[in-house]
Design a protein around this ligand. Structure first.
Ligand SMILES: Cc1cc2nc3c(=O)[nH]c(=O)nc-3n(C[C@H](O)[C@H](O)[C@H](O)COP(=O)(O)OP(=O)(O)OC[C@H]3O[C@@H](n4cnc5c(N)ncnc54)[C@H](O)[C@@H]3O)c2cc1C
Length: 817
């Protein structure tokens, strides 16, 4: 037991790999006034029993890949600094592909990982056998080998980081339990422990699988859930050798490595078992759970069949321990929206060891600099919603989570559990029109339509053209040539009112949003560093009255951003997401259709682009905004939820006269991609400067009172021409598809990668948005024109066109038509 101080700048709760890594990195950043509080002993939660796989291969996200490579390098070198070895052994790692889907996935991943500096080699089955002779390789198509990956001892790595943290002056107190986190004026002020109170400025909840219930005490929602997680270790086995590489075979649910002369087989079963949904016992340490042999046997048999000799060897240990999983299999890292200076670092989904070093550094920088230094849109706590903490939700979703780790990550894959959590008012109407629903932040939203009275069947998952290609193409074309109706009720909507509403919104918006009434404005919100916080529209409805509309995943981020900037102002912010359905009517015949059901004059003169006005539609009053996210003449209708069905029925009845087509998210993606419209969290993120990602046109540098982030952008401009930019890319060959993370080459040299992509049914090829770099040269249209461009898709380079302007209607004449 250590005596705890009465004051500290930062209190970290939890001495697993994550909390300890944060302590280590805060110490290195000079924040020595940090205390780590551990209830029992360091590593006594989940960390002590981890298998210690240290793998950098496998992700197509730069953030995740950088976290992994940094972690590996840290574990490799830490002993020199702390005197304590981490047990890191670079024995190598092999991922097996034994079906075509995984082969394609790993080839795509390999190309991206190589671009990120990882030495991934595709090897033949006989080379796999040479490296891991006990493996059966008859059915193997290829192996993907990273010689510099390996294994680490999770306890030793934690202890080494703890030693490093102590050297920097950080206090580590074991045998102390945090009972509550206390707040004053909406911000953290202290923690109460079983041995007294510590006044503090920041708290990091790194309490592993206890993080949810600890957060709940302070009203912070952290929807993670522990699940059973298994490995076994055989008796000594001839041929096992500590220098053997780690082998992973997701198709057979298993990973394999040497352990004290025996074989360790770890399992990721497809249907898994949540543990203690009602709450993790507060006094449980070094937990081992009774294994459920009956449930696990089929998975185990399949996994053991990869190493046939394991069937002839006795089992020394059959281990089951709990690990935390999250609703979307991404960690929960960053500031909680509920309380200022309350950070969460939990929910590691079985990769806490291999990403722990990098995550510790990221969180430490986020606290010290206010900037995580990486794209955190996929891990930010505010992407998740409070209902996901419900016991029933966690119990239902977690059954699927663990198994998702080893699924082939086909581009159309959907989570099937915990569905139907949210339905738009139009749900039943859309279902009867043959909607194939997908989940958008819990909302069941049509992806594409099979047609009236048809049951949508997406067919087998594939990297190629999905079975619903013709329907998708039809919806896309209908939008370009006629009119479509699209339910986008999942969009987040806020009514912002009050004497200071215009001033606050204008201050945080890069564009001028407080101009004349009845006007919708596309804008970004920025950090003080001039990087993106949000991408949205602000509509001025009248004096002191605004509507803010952002994407579904941005709901809590946008609300927190406004609330904090408007804290001392006369402004009220109301989330009206559920109060209004959003029905988009788009396409060259959209005006003709709407004009049939409203007495309002929708002519271009009376209702020009960017107009927002309440109009009549049958018995309903509807806020009609003339705006588009697909690049056509179009309208977004905000309809009181209870009148949504009425308006929809009018639209579809009158739509019969103009050939109205139902369209889903699939065509939204392809339409907006042809037009080069950005999507925050997909192709743009919190690390991006709006100038670099082509959003400079939406900034008003001449606003009398400036805007948050303006000075940083002015400084950026002063540095000279941009050398890194977002561009539209398309393949010249109409056949291959782009999904994400494909490498873009200029004159054969990699210069960037595709951040998001779709298929341009109008331009006739795959199309995407990529960020590319010209090194030290100005990245101009001339520089682009002087290069010869290819994109690497599964080991082949395809000729490509690259442009600073969108491929579809670059002058936007159709939008204003
Ligand atoms: C069988 C198995 C194999 C695994 N293999 C791997 C692998 O090979 N590679 C990999 O990367 N990951 C692996 N993992 C996952 C990895 O173990 C976890 O992701 C990681 O250990 C999580 O670390 P943590 O710091 O978040 O949580 P923990 O290690 O659980 O730490 C949280 C700490 O918080 C403390 N605490 C809780 N409440 C309080 C409180 N109120 N006050 C004070 N302290 C508190 C707990 O005592 C605990 O020590 C595996 C997991 C399992 C179960």
């Amino acid at each position: 037991m250590t005596t705890i101080p009465s004051r500290a700048r930062v209190v970290i709760i939890g001495g697993g790999i994550i909390g300890t890594s944060i302590a280590y990195h805060l110490g290195h950043l000079g924040w020595k006034d940090t205390v780590l509080i551990e209830r029992d002993q360091l590593t006594s939660g989940t960390t002590w029993h981890a298998a210690g796989l240290m793998i950098t291969f496998g992700s197509t996200s730069t953030t995740s890949t950088e976290l992994r490579t940094y972690t590996r390098d840290l574990y490799a070198n830490l002993e020199q600094e702390t005197g304590l070895a981490t047990g890191f052994k670079p024995v190598g790692f092999i991922e097996l592909a034994s079906d075509e889907g995984r082969l394609e996935e790993y080839r795509r991943v390999s190309a991206f990982n190589r671009y990120c500096g990882i030495d991934v080699q595709e090897i033949s089955p006989s080379e796999v056998s040479a490296l891991f002779p006990l493996a059966e390789t008859n059915d193997v198509l290829s192996g993907f080998y990273v010689p510099t990956d390996g294994r680490v001892n999770p306890v030793d790595a934690t202890m080494s980081m703890a030693a490093g943290a102590r050297k920097q002056g950080v206090t580590i107190a074991q045998g102390v339990t945090v009972r509550s986190v206390n707040t004053r004026n909406g911000a953290v002020c202290s923690v109460t422990t079983d041995q007294g109170t510590i006044e503090c400025e920041y708290v990091v909840n790194a309490a592993g699988m206890w993080a949810r219930q600890l957060g709940e005490k302070s009203g912070v929602s952290i929807p993670l859930q522990a699940a059973e997680h298994y490995y076994l270790i055989t008796e000594q086995m001839d041929g096992m050798d500590p220098t053997l590489p780690i082998l992973e075979d997701p198709a057979r649910f298993g990973y394999y490595r040497e352990e004290v002369g025996g074989l360790m087989i770890g399992l990721f079963e497809t249907v898994c078992a949540p543990w203690k949904v009602d709450g993790i016992p507060n006094d449980a340490s070094f937990i081992t759970l009774p294994p459920d042999w009956d449930r696990m046997s089929p998975y185990l048999e399949t996994a053991m069949s990869r190493i046939p000799r394991s069937n002839e060897t006795g089992i020394r240990t059959f281990f089951c321990g709990p690990e935390s999983f999250t609703p979307d299999l991404q960690p929960i890292i960053g500031p909680a929206p509920e309380i200022r200076n309350y950070f969460v670092a939990a929910g590691l989904n079985s990769i806490g060891i291999l990403s722990g070093g990098g995550l510790g550094r990221l969180v430490a920088h986020w606290i010290v600099d206010g900037d995580p230094g990486a794209d955190v849109t996929a891990m930010h706590p505010d992407r998740l919603q409070p209902y996901q903490s419900n016991p029933e939700y966690r119990r239902t979703r977690t059954v699927e989570s663990l198994g998702m780790v080893y699924q082939c990550h086909y581009p159309n894959r959907q989570l099937f559990s915990a569905r139907d959590a949210k339905r738009s008012p139009l749900h039943d109407r859309l279902a009867s029109h043959g909607a194939a629903f997908r989940e958008a932040s819990g909302w069941e939203t049509p992806d594409w339509f099979a047609g009236p009275n048809q049951v949508a069947d997406a067919g087998p998952l594939t990297w190629g053209r999905p079975s619903f290609w013709p329907q998708w193409q039809n919806e896309h074309r209908a939008c370009r040539e006629g009119s479509i109706v699209m339910d986008m009720s999942f969009m987040s909507k806020f009514r912002v009112k009050g004497q200071d509403a215009g001033r606050v919104l204008d201050h945080i918006s890069g564009n001028t949003v407080d101009s004349e009434s009845e006007r919708i404005t596309y804008t970004q919100w920025l950090s003080e560093r001039g990087t993106l916080e949000a991408d949205l529209t602000v509509t001025k409805l009248g004096d002191n009255d605004f509507l803010v509309v952002a994407s579904d995943t941005a709901q809590r981020h946008v609300e927190t951003h406004m609330t904090r900037h408007g804290a001392d102002s006369r402004v009220s912010i109301t989330d009206v997401t559920s109060a209004f359905a959003q029905i988009n009517v788009q396409g060259p015949r959209s005006r003709e259709l709407l004009q049939r059901i409203t007495s309002a004059d929708l002519s271009d003169v009376a209702f020009p682009f960017r107009t927002a006005r309440e109009i009549d539609m049958g018995f309903a009053r509807v806020l009609c905004t003339r705006i588009t996210y697909v690049g056509e003449l179009g309208y977004e209708l905000f309809v009181p939820s209870e009148q949504a069905v009425h308006v929809y029925d009018l639209l579809t009845r009158e739509g019969a006269h103009v050939g109205l087509v139902h369209a889903g998210l699939r065509s939204l993606a392809s339409l907006r991609m042809e037009k080069g419209y950005r999507d925050y969290g997909h192709d743009i993120d919190n690390t991006d400067c709006p100038l670099e990602v082509g959003l400079g046109f939406a900034l008003d540098f001449d606003k009398p009172n400036g805007f948050v982030g303006r000075e940083a952008l002015v400084a950026r401009k002063a540095l000279g021409p941009l050398t890194r930019r977002m561009v539209s890319v398309r393949l010249l060959d109409p056949q291959p598809l782009l999904h994400h993370a494909e490498i873009v080459c200029r004159d054969g040299i990699p210069v960037g990668y595709v951040r998001a992509a779709s298929y341009g049914h109008t331009i006739g090829s795959a199309v995407g948005l990529a960020v590319i770099s010209a090194g030290t040269e100005p990245l101009t249209a001339t520089w682009i024109a002087n290069g010869s461009w290819t994109i690497e898709v599964v080991d082949r380079h395809y000729e490509a066109e690259v442009s600073l302007r969108p491929f579809y209607d670059p002058s936007s004449s159709r939008v204003r038509g």
